[in-house]
Design a protein around this ligand. Structure first.
Ligand SMILES: Nc1ccn([C@@H]2O[C@H](COP(=O)(O)OP(=O)(O)OP(=O)(O)O)[C@@H](O)[C@H]2O)c(=O)n1
Ligand SMILES: O=C(CO)[C@H](O)[C@H](O)COP(=O)(O)O
Length: 488
């Protein structure tokens, strides 16, 4: 804790739009041998189209962003199935056209694959997650696991094609549970592309339960464009009736023995040119997969624009909940409440409740577990950042910025009538250095000066301007703007 004395109590308001935000130790780094070379990689036929506010949280911990129940990982799914997952991540991302394979491209500073890993890792009924990466990226993957504290991960070396990588991932599970291998062969295995980060528990559960019943299952989506076939001279041969067809997406799930047998029996041609696991289960194990409609967010990051879209979705998810804190001083409370009301009015379904929060109140922990990544700290004194400093300490101790950057807006009130803006700015110049320091902890601090007079008829206008600035800072999460002192 820094030198600043902690306020005896805080008032806190939370504004929330429901939404899941993806998070968390050590891989065993088991490597079956398999050579992989980019130049030897078979090319597939590219001619075939490729598919590519604030609602107020009433009770702390309510809504979709509420803390998940703390359960032992690796629990059996109800009905008794053991479930593991294989994430193929051994590609080079040619279509994206970056030197870095897309699964390692950073979104808000964190590699894409970490988001996907977190999306599966947070599900306690998935016992093991096998991540398949190319030989040259094994160390990168291990450092990602270490840095973001991912758990239950085994890293396996990939193959020249996606099918070969998946097969390598499956081979890591022992054929017999009597083997000395620490990974137990699961009853059902999920296969999910590492470059589809927004997979939700709901669809995973659906494909797993359907796979248990039917042997195989996969997520589908309506086609966006019509599929056509061209003749040898490049003219239209025929087109498919769009409504009858679906795009096959991920996740998919399989009874382990079915997909394992399918991969063992399939030809080299299948392994080198095939793109569909469900097809292998059908062709080699006579298993008709159950098809399950998935959400639009299941799309695969393929092109550069998909990276931009993914980052926007993450930012959007992160901006759905905001927590306004202030100490007990009258001006701060009044302003905090007005600000809170204004922020909350930005969404229609707003219903609010304020709670008093002592600094040791364990409800603060619930807010962190509830995945709030935006904090507005109202400092009663214009030039004093002690409440902000204290909140930074609490955030740091709670380690919530490990997975996502936290936005902290340090609001300073200038209620004095004779104080000019410029003198307010001077006194707050220190916030720049403070923000630079704190950025190392992945906490983005911005300053906001609200100069007002309680009886000013334009007070609401000033508050509206403050709320608009706050919304923009939260939505943008721009690390280059930290330490700037904005004026409402
Ligand atoms: N030899 C390969 C090729 C692909 N994949 C993985 O399979 C998933 C889906 O494949 P795709 O989107 O085609 O990825 P890339 O092959 O990397 O992309 P591109 O086809 O544009 O080169 C990705 O997570 C990718 O890393 C893999 O594990 N091993
Ligand atoms: O959508 C899928 C259904 O199985 C796969 O992700 C897709 O086939 C992968 O193919 P490619 O690696 O060529 O993009």
């Amino acid at each position: 804790m820094r030198g600043a004395a902690a306020p005896s109590a805080w008032i806190l308001w939370i504004a929330d739009i429901p939404g899941e935000i993806s998070g968390v130790g050590g891989g065993s780094g088991r490597l079956p041998c398999s050579a992989r070379s980019r130049s030897l990689r078979p090319r597939r036929d590219r001619a075939v189209p490729r598919s590519g506010g604030f609602q107020l949280q009433l009770e702390l911990g309510s809504g979709r962003a509420s803390p998940r129940p703390v359960m032992e990982p690796g629990k059996l799914l109800s009905g008794g199935a053991s479930v593991a997952a294989v994430l193929p991540a051994g590609g080079s991302g040619e279509r994206l056209g970056s030197a870095t394979p897309k699964q390692f491209c950073a979104l808000l500073g964190r590699p894409l694959i970490s988001y996907t890993v977190r999306a599966l890792e947070r599900i306690n009924w998935i016992s093991d997650i096998v991540v398949v990466v190319s030989l040259e990226n094994i160390e990168t993957m291990k450092s990602i696991i270490e840095k973001y504290g991912h758990k239950r991960i085994t890293v396996v070396e990939g193959g020249m094609t996606r099918h070969r990588s998946i097969f390598n991932g499956l081979k890591i599970f022992p054929e017999s549970n009597l083997s000395s291998c620490p990974l137990q062969k699961p009853e059902v295995v999920i296969i999910h592309d590492a470059v589809r980060p927004f997979v939700e528990e709901d669809i995973l559960l659906k494909v797993v339960l359907a796979a248990k019943e039917h042997g195989a299952a996969g997520a589908i989506r309506p086609l966006v464009s019509t599929v056509v076939a061209s003749s040898a001279d490049g003219s239209l041969d025929h087109s498919l009736e769009r409504a009858r067809y679906r795009a096959s997406e991920m996740p998919q799930a399989f009874v382990f023995d079915i997909i394992y047998q399918a991969y063992h029996q399939c030809s080299d041609y299948d392994l080198d040119y095939g793109t569909e696991c469900l097809h292998l289960a059908l062709k080699y194990c006579k298993t008709n997969a159950k098809l399950i409609e998935g959400s639009p967010d299941l799309w695969k990051v393929t092109y550069k624009r998909d990276l931009y879209a993914a980052e926007s979705i993450i930012k959007d998810n992160l901006s759905q909940q905001v927590c306004v804190t202030t100490d007990m001083k009258e001006d701060a409370v009044q302003l905090g409440f007005l600000l809170h009301e204004t922020l909350k009015n930005e969404v229609k379904q707003a219903k609010g409740k304020s709670v008093f929060l002592c600094k040791n109140d364990n409800r603060l922990q619930k807010i962190f577990l509830g995945q709030c990544y935006n904090f507005i700290c109202i400092n009663a004194k214009k030039s004093d950042i002690k409440e902000t400093q204290q909140l930074v300490d609490i955030l740091e101790n709670a380690r919530i910025s490990v997975l996502h950057p936290v936005v902290l807006i340090s609001v300073h009130l200038n209620v004095s009538e004779n104080m000019s803006f410029s003198s307010g700015m001077e006194e707050l110049a220190g916030i720049k250095e403070f923000a630079k320091e704190v950025k190392k902890k992945h906490i983005l601090v911005y300053g906001l000066l609200i100069h007002y007079n309680k009886d000013d008829p334009k007070l609401q206008e000033i508050i509206n301007s403050a709320a608009a600035i706050i919304s923009a800072l939260i939505k943008d999460r721009n690390p280059e703007l930290i330490g700037q002192l904005l004026v409402a």
